[in-house]
Design a protein around this ligand. Structure first.
Ligand SMILES: *[C@@H]1O[C@H](CO)[C@@H](O)[C@H](O)[C@H]1NC(C)=O
Ligand SMILES: *[C@@H]1O[C@H](CO)[C@@H](O)[C@H](O)[C@H]1NC(C)=O
Ligand SMILES: *[C@@H]1O[C@H](CO)[C@@H](O)[C@H](O)[C@H]1NC(C)=O
Ligand SMILES: *[C@@H]1O[C@H](CO)[C@@H](O)[C@H](O)[C@H]1NC(C)=O
Ligand SMILES: *[C@@H]1O[C@H](CO)[C@@H](O)[C@H](O)[C@H]1NC(C)=O
Ligand SMILES: *[C@@H]1O[C@H](CO)[C@@H](O)[C@H](O)[C@H]1NC(C)=O
Length: 431
């Protein structure tokens, strides 16, 4: 960690000097301890979108938030215009850092962002189709708001040589929110946002998700130290392991609904089945369960709500109820507990959050069937992450969360992102 920082320190320093002419004055001594990206829920896909300020002159670039992405990537075969774009040569230290040794060639006769000879080619994965495409590794200026003691965005800081993948537009096929131009990656790799920001600014590699359930009020991703609203001792922690592609797994040992253990054959959700654990994902709108797990889980949940009439399920959901007859209070709908390795640590999804209102008179269990060959027996999706503060403490290989939304003293939309939003809008108007 420290050595990486030292190697890059001279580069950062030079770049700071050379970028002080831009409108956002960045003084070299300012070292943020915490940064934030505002994140908004897209009503059409129920996925979460952030804006990163990028390029010279800077423009806001809307990106899908992907917890498990390896590279931040943007499409840049059209309309990428920046005087600070640079594609490092293959075998350079940048390519080494990104772990790529493949020399990229571009058959077009004229060079443009994404198309240069003898740069390095990285494999970028479309999170929806799993298709991989070779993209040019590139670097450019990125700005992000630092937050102050009160967790308000204050000063903007600049990463002059941020490494990302410059991908073809074809990579944007799938259930992307409209208007996104790529993916903001939070995976455990040297070049995804958490590690790159941490090594640039010399803070611990840690970040926190606080996704808002509202499509009009922002949540955020916090990099570096925790916002002051959060008392680390109030969080429950469980070990996190990292899959080969930099993806995050935790171990859910058993599941309880209404305080009763769901009678899974434990080997169904255990790692002995070839799964690496329970995946956490922001590109899966609703938590997804392997087919046989899903069947047992939904049956058990239905049994706990035996008094409520079921109605025909509305895809992608498999169990729906007449919303008019659902118990009106949070007490009436059974809670779901995920029990971790340490039995004392449970992650509780309140009954009201386990259901989603799909039509005015229909509520469905917000867990979907992942089919019989998913990447994990259980994938905790965006809907179940919303309004919980989830801390990825990479240096200690653990994930922390509030045991239930009721024990969280704030909502994810309670942070003040006014400063960050205003600056985005100023840029968007071309000032
Ligand atoms: C590129 O910019 C042009 C003109 O501003 C616009 O019409 C076009 O849709 C843009 N293409 C992409 C892929 O954003
Ligand atoms: C890359 O090199 C090939 C020849 O090896 C050449 O035909 C092509 O135009 C070059 N592309 C760029 C973008 O310079
Ligand atoms: C649990 O599953 C394993 C593997 O699928 C199987 O061998 C075992 O018999 C099952 N146990 C029970 C009690 O169903
Ligand atoms: C829900 O409302 C729709 C239209 O308003 C109606 O056709 C349907 O029968 C209702 N379903 C239930 C379960 O009440
Ligand atoms: C679980 O909690 C109890 C009481 O708070 C404590 O005595 C016990 O040591 C804990 N067990 C583990 C495995 O942490
Ligand atoms: C929110 O942030 C803006 C700008 O950063 C500031 O002017 C405003 O006072 C803040 N509001 C609260 C409630 O802290």
């Amino acid at each position: 960690m420290a050595s990486t920082f030292n190697i890059f320190l001279p580069i950062i320093f030079l770049a700071l000097i050379s970028t002080t002419s831009c409108s956002h004055d960045v003084r070299a001594p300012f070292k943020p301890t915490s940064l934030v990206l505002p994140v908004r829920k897209d009503p059409a896909t129920n996925l979460h979108v952030t804006n990163l300020r990028k390029r010279t002159p800077p423009v806001p670039v809307p990106l899908l938030l992907d917890l498990n992405g390896r590279f931040l990537w943007v499409t840049c075969d059209q309309n990428y215009s920046s005087s600070t774009y640079y594609a490092p040569f293959c075998h350079s230290t940048q390519c080494d850092r990104a772990g790529v040794h493949y020399c990229h060639k571009c058959r077009l006769s004229s060079a443009r962002p994404g198309c240069h000879n003898n740069t390095c080619g990285v494999l970028v994965t479309n999170p929806f189709t799993e298709r991989q495409t070779i993209s040019e590794l590139a670097q450019d200026v990125v700005s992000i708001p630092a937050i102050d003691q009160a967790s308000n965005p204050s000063q903007w800081v600049t990463i002059p040589h941020f490494l990302f993948a410059c991908a073809p537009s074809s990579l944007l096929r799938g259930q992307y929110p409209q208007s996104v131009q790529g993916v903001a990656a939070l995976g455990h790799t040297a070049v995804a946002l958490p590690m790159q920001l941490a090594s640039n600014f010399g803070f611990q590699p840690q970040f926190s998700l606080c996704l808002s359930s509202s499509t009009t009020e922002d949540g955020g991703v916090f990099f570096g130290s925790l916002p002051s609203k959060v008392q680390p001792r109030a969080l429950a922690y469980t070990p996190v392991s990292v899959g080969g592609q930099g993806v995050y797994y935790i171990l859910v040992k058993s599941v309880k609904i209404n305080n009763k253990r769901v009678p899974f054959n434990t080997s169904l959700i255990s790692t002995t089945r070839g799964f690496k654990g329970t995946l956490i994902s922001t590109t899966t709108p609703y938590s997804a369960l392997e087919h046989s797990v899903f069947k047992i889980f939904t049956q058990f949940f239905a049994d706990q709500l035996a008094g409520v009439p079921q109605v025909e399920a509305i895809p992608p959901f498999g169990l729906c109820f007449d919303a008019n007859i659902l118990p009106p209070t949070r007490v009436g709908t059974p809670n779901i507990d995920f029990v971790m390795q340490n039995k004392n640590v449970t992650w509780t999804f309140l009954g009201v959050d386990a259901l989603v209102r799909v039509r005015p008179n229909v509520s469905c269990l917000a867990f979907v069937d992942a089919g019989s060959d998913p990447g994990a027996a259980i994938t905790i999706g965006a809907y179940q992450l919303e309004d919980n503060f989830v801390h990825f403490d990479l240096s200690r290989s653990r994930v922390g969360f509030y045991k239930s939304r009721l024990s969280q003293p704030f909502r994810c939309s309670n942070f003040n992102f006014t400063g960050a939003r205003l600056a985005m809008e100023v840029d968007a108007t071309g000032e």
